[in-house]
Design a protein around this ligand. Structure first.
Ligand code: NAD
Ligand code: DAU
Length: 337
């Protein structure tokens, strides 16, 4: 059996990857390590918690005594665990440095001495390139992060590379674009707008709504990770873009149309400070290995809307029952920016 450690596996992408890994690889034994912060919930792994090939451990990637033995027995590590919401990084940057930078450093230190380790997949982000006015970012482009989240992720990305270059840790760095799909925490724009629209509440669209994001279905992302684990070159960086550049205003209108809700629900909201205007990835490098995104955006968005309609059991306790979500929402959206 191949021992796989997935950090942050109770979050959005991590949980989709755990499910994908168990289904796609009968010879993988998966351990999820997750702190269960506000963004991570055991519920998200409800259908794989009892799988005999899956073990869930609640813990912090920054806990050296916990991660050392886990790394020592792992052949593959996929490191998703992070603080991930840009708005929260603007109101409180230190937790992002703690988790995304120091947490990654602790894992990498443990990886130095992990004799069985064959792949350490560092999940970075397209945000490391900063805002790109035109064209598409390539892996060799200068990194120009512009908010505390993306700056922390850039530090982790380059730390991971340094552990390859200096100590030979078998690192591969992946820079995906904006993911969407099931089990995304409803503070991010798609699940927030879908669930608000279901409830006929306002959709708080930042600024002029012209910012562009490149949407990648989480299932396409999981397939890309699988391919890179099998065939990616150690020490290399790979962009993974969905090829779906969409303006926020158009995304918002599509969500409202899918739910048969009026455009009067769109609530123009003061802009995010330093709001990156546009991300766009050139994914030629991973495409040369044979990967292509399969999910057309129209279908992926419709499936995602359907998933949130049919799975209120998952998101309603967060939005309606979790006092910390309500406190965050009220403070964040009431604040002048
Ligand atoms: P998420 O916020 O849904 O999940 C993060 C998970 O990490 C949660 O389960 C949380 O409990 C866990 N976690 C946080 N701190 C931890 C710690 N100290 N120790 C252990 N676990 C901890 O995030 P996501 O959207 O699934 O993102 C996963 C990864 O992908 C992140 O590294 C993020 O930077 C990256 N990424 C995300 C996107 C996106 O669009 N969502 C795009 C590109 C890259
Ligand atoms: O690009 C990859 C990144 O995508 C990941 O690295 C991050 O972890 C992930 O959170 C995501 O960051 P974004 O800032 O792009 O995602 P978010 O869903 O927060 O916002 C998407 C766009 O929607 C962005 O232009 C801001 C806008 N927005 C967002 C929220 C939450 C709004 O207009 N209103 C909102 O209420």
């Amino acid at each position: 059996m191949i021992e796989v450690l997935v950090t942050g596996g109770a979050g959005f992408i991590g949980s989709n990857f755990v499910r994908h890994a168990l289904a796609a690889h009968a010879d993988w034994r998966v351990t999820t390590l997750d702190k269960l912060t506000y963004a991570g919930r055991a519920d998200t792994l409800h259908d794989v918690l009892d799988d005999p090939r899956h073990t869930f451990i609640r813990g912090d990637v920054g806990d050296q005594s916990l991660v050392e033995p886990l790394l020592a027995r792992s052949q593959i590590v996929v490191h998703f665990a992070a603080e991930t919401h840009v708005d929260r990084s603007i109101s409180g940057a230190l937790q992002f440095v703690q988790t995304d930078v120091i947490g990654t450093a602790v894992l990498l230190e443990a990886a130095r001495n992990a004799r069985r380790l064959q792949r350490f997949i560092q999940i970075s982000t397209d945000e490391v390139y900063g805002s790109v006015a035109t064209g598409a970012s390539r892996e060799t482009d200068e990194l120009k992060p512009r908010n505390p989240y993306s700056a922390s992720k850039t530090a982790a990305d380059r730390l991971a590379y340094s552990y390859f270059a200096t100590y030979g840790v078998p690192v591969i760095i992946v820079r995906p674009s904006n993911n969407y799909g099931p089990y995304q925490y409803p503070e991010k724009v798609i699940p927030l707008f879908v669930t608000n629209a279901i409830d006929e509440k306002a959709l708080p669209l930042y600024g002029d709504g012209q910012n562009v994001r490149d949407w990648l279905h989480v299932s396409d992302h999981c397939r890309a990770l699988d391919l890179l684990i099998a065939r990616g070159d150690i020490g290399e960086v790979y962009n993974v873009g969905g090829g779906n550049d969409v303006r926020n205003i158009d995304l918002t209108r599509r969500i409202l149309a899918l739910l048969d809700r009026p455009e009067s629900l769109i609530a123009p909201t003061p802009d995010r400070p330093g709001h990156d205007r546009r991300y766009c990835l050139d994914s030629t490098k991973i495409q040369a290995l044979g990967w292509r995104p399969d999910m057309p955006f129209e279908r992926g968005l419709e499936d995602t809307v359907t998933w949130y309609r049919e799975n209120e059991w998952w998101w309603r306790p967060i939005k309606d029952g979790d006092a910390s979500f309500r406190a965050y929402y009220d403070a964040h959206y009431a604040r002048p920016r």
